[in-house]
Every structure is written in structure tokens, then in C-alpha cells.
Design a protein around this ligand. Structure first.
Ligand SMILES: [Zn+2]
Length: 104
């Protein structure tokens, strides 16, 4: 299973698509990656929050929650992780490589 399929599976687990079983092909799998609701759902299924951290590797614990050196760290953790994904793509990584660290 590719990481993009794992992402969709986790989004559905987090309530994305309201009982939908997920896309049938690769292109529609990629469309899910462009939907903020899917990222929020993956965050719910994975347990991303300010107290668990984003897993970006630049975090430090401060006053009972995680802060970090990323420019977008103060936003919601799902958004922080979506930025990590886009940054990895912009660096030339594939979709699957870009999701690898995020889905751990
Ligand atoms: Zn960060």
C-alpha cells in the first residue's frame, strides 16, 4: 500500500467522506490530498494536537505544549503538517516520500 492510500484510509477513519470508502484510482487519491477536510480528518485519526506535537522534528516543549521552529507552527497541527507535505514536494520529493514522515 502506498502512503497516499494510507493517507486516504486514515482520513476515512477520521470521518472524511461520511462513510465513503475512498477513491478508486490514483488521480482521485491525489485530489484527497488537496482537501483541507481530509487533513483535518487524518489529524483526528492520528491524534495530532498541540499537546502531542506535529512530529516535524523541529519542536520543543514549552509551557505544557509543543512549539517549534517552523514558520507555521502556531497554526493547527493538521495545517502545520500540510505545510510540511507541501515543503517536501517543493524540495523535489515524491508524494509518497513527502507523506512518509507525516504518517509515522
Ligand atoms: Zn514544525
Amino acid at each position: 500500500m502506498t502512503n497516499s492510500h494510507r493517507f486516504v484510509e486514515r482520513a476515512v477513519e477520521g470521518g472524511y467522506g461520511d462513510g465513503w470508502s475512498g477513491p478508486s484510482d490514483e488521480i482521485n487519491t491525489y485530489f484527497v490530498l488537496l482537501d483541507p477536510e481530509a487533513w483535518k480528518a487524518v489529524g483526528r485519526a492520528t491524534g495530532w494536537s498541540k499537546t502531542t506535537g506535529s512530529g516535524c522534528g523541529k519542536e520543543y516543549f514549552d509551557a505544557g505544549r509543543y512549539a517549534c521552529e517552523c514558520p507555521n507552527w502556531s497554526q493547527d497541527t493538521w495545517l502545520h503538517n500540510w505545510h510540511r507535505f507541501i515543503d517536501a514536494l517543493a524540495e523535489g520529493k515524491t508524494v509518497d516520500e513527502s507523506l512518509e514522515e507525516i504518517l509515522k
